[in-house]
Design a protein around this ligand. Structure first.
Ligand SMILES: CC(C)(COP(=O)(O)OP(=O)(O)OC[C@H]1O[C@@H](n2cnc3c(N)ncnc32)[C@H](O)[C@@H]1OP(=O)(O)O)[C@@H](O)C(=O)NCCC(=O)NCCS
Length: 166
């Protein structure tokens, strides 16, 4: 585990894009975003928000969210395997959730390959639940997509459920 204080999370700037592009190619060799896509994503701010995580001045991770009103969507999240399993993914996801709360969203949605054990563990640990399975969504390979959701105000939601039960 890396001490949270050692991880510097800041809004992504165009000056980060070479590092982000290198990490993207490493993490998503088959279907990563091109540098042109990253420029387009940064141009879509403020609806889109991207952050980078740095440790000792090196970019070790990034994440992004789309603010779509009532729901926000996780666009991407990635952490360098050099520092994987040390809590940086959790910090980045927490940052996105915090930003969704600030923008007034009721829920955060994301989509993940059903065989991505690490990512699913990260999302479950943060309170996401599978709400839909899209069969054989990822081709080639026939891999299902899981749509996961985290309600940002679960207490008020459970009160509603209790009322409906009576
Ligand atoms: C998914 C990813 C962002 C996790 O980042 P990370 O910094 O390694 O994650 P953390 O150290 O914060 O771990 C958080 C949780 O993720 C899960 N996790 C992380 N690495 C794992 C692994 N190798 N195996 C199983 N679960 C793992 C665990 O549930 C962990 O919680 P725990 O520490 O209480 O067990 C990272 O593995 C990654 O970049 N993967 C490749 C890109 C990708 O698949 N992105 C998601 C696309 S939907």
């Amino acid at each position: 585990m890396i001490a949270e204080a050692a991880v510097d999370v800041r809004p992504m700037s165009w000056t980060d894009l070479d590092d982000v592009d290198a990490l993207e190619r490493l993490l998503f060799p088959a279907d990563g975003w091109s540098l042109a896509t990253w420029w387009a994503e940064l141009a879509a701010r403020p609806r889109r928000e991207y952050v980078v995580a740095r440790v000792a001045d090196s970019v070790v991770g990034y994440a992004g969210i789309d603010h779509g009103g009532d729901t926000a969507d996780v666009m991407t999240i990635g952490v360098s395997p050099r520092v994987g399993g040390r809590g940086i993914g959790r910090i980045l996801l927490g940052e996105l959730i915090g930003r969704a709360v600030r923008e007034g969203a009721d829920a955060v949605l994301l989509e993940v390959r059903a065989d991505n054990i690490a990512a699913i563990g990260l999302y479950r640990g943060a309170g996401f639940e599978t709400i839909q399975t899209r069969r054989r969504y990822y081709q080639p390979g026939d891999v299902d997509a899981l749509v996961m959701r985290k309600l940002l105000f679960p207490q008020s939601d459970s009160v509603t459920t209790d009322k409906e039960d009576r």
